[in-house]
Design a binder for this molecule. Sequence first.
Ligand code: 5AD
Length: 333
Amino acid sequence: MLSRAEIIQWLQCDDATTLFLEADRLRRERVGDTVYFRGIIEFSNYCSSRCAYCGISALNRGIKRYRMSVKEVTDLALELDRMGVNTVVLQSGEDPRFSTREMLQVICGIRSQSAMAITLSMGELPAADYRLLREAGADRYLMRFETSDPDLFARLHDGHTLERRLEQIESIRQAGFQLGTGFLIGLPDQNLSMLADDILLTSELQPPMIGVGPFVAHPDTPLRNGNGAALDLSLRVVALLRLLNPRAHIPGTTALDTLAPDARERALLGGANIVMPNFTPSGYREHYLLYPGKPFASAVAVESLDTMKKRIHALGRPVGSGRGDPLSITPAV
Ligand code: 5AD
């Protein structure tokens, strides 16, 4: 078990090569070589929250808002399933007009035709709603705590408390979801000791899925002048999370891609085992800019899926088929 001091040491030392090698070794030993895809559909960019870092926050009045229909979301999810992407991640802002009621319709629509894994990432909801969504057949829920520092959390989230966020995360787990959580790397005013605490808090929560990414400053947000995170620091965080969470599913997240063209590969070589291609239809996806520089190639999704598969095969890693459930709950065969 790594101590806080050792984590800080790894975050600031000159050369982290041995850290990356050890994370890669442990990943191979404990979760294997297979890389799983999680297909993202960003179904609405309406948001009633005011997170200081986020480009689709209610504070940002300059963007075009969109909301896909229940049918569009359901049909696209089922199309991903047919393409062999057997996990869909349904992500949105906190949109009161595409909330639990509409999502229940989507889940029932998917479940009537498919056993694919359904992951939700639609922000904070009443505890009873998490249970309804879970009972309807959603499997996983992603909610980051964003930062483990209570003061920084409150400053970034319009006075909302970290305590409340952690309660939400607990409600998600209590509802029976496979939980995914994590934080932002390189937020303004976040120092290395806070980052070490972020890594430790994530690991204490023992989530079956972990998602972390670099903060990328968005010009139309209060944090427009922030510096964001360096690629190397972000990769060190991914590697440290692998050491502390050997069996977790850890993606090379989309935000990493903004830092370098090969960032995702480098994450896969330093502890990560998941990639999350974006399938939001063009016409919508260019308006879902949580941060600038998000890749939105005009190529149709299927082509970019092929490219991504080639890139993974080039690393000598197979692409997984099936849902890619957390290892602890996958029945032995
Ligand atoms: N840079 C990087 N990640 C961001 N997110 C929101 N805004 C930004 C940004 N400017 C992340 C948050 C949220 C996830 C869906 O997107 O961590 O949990």
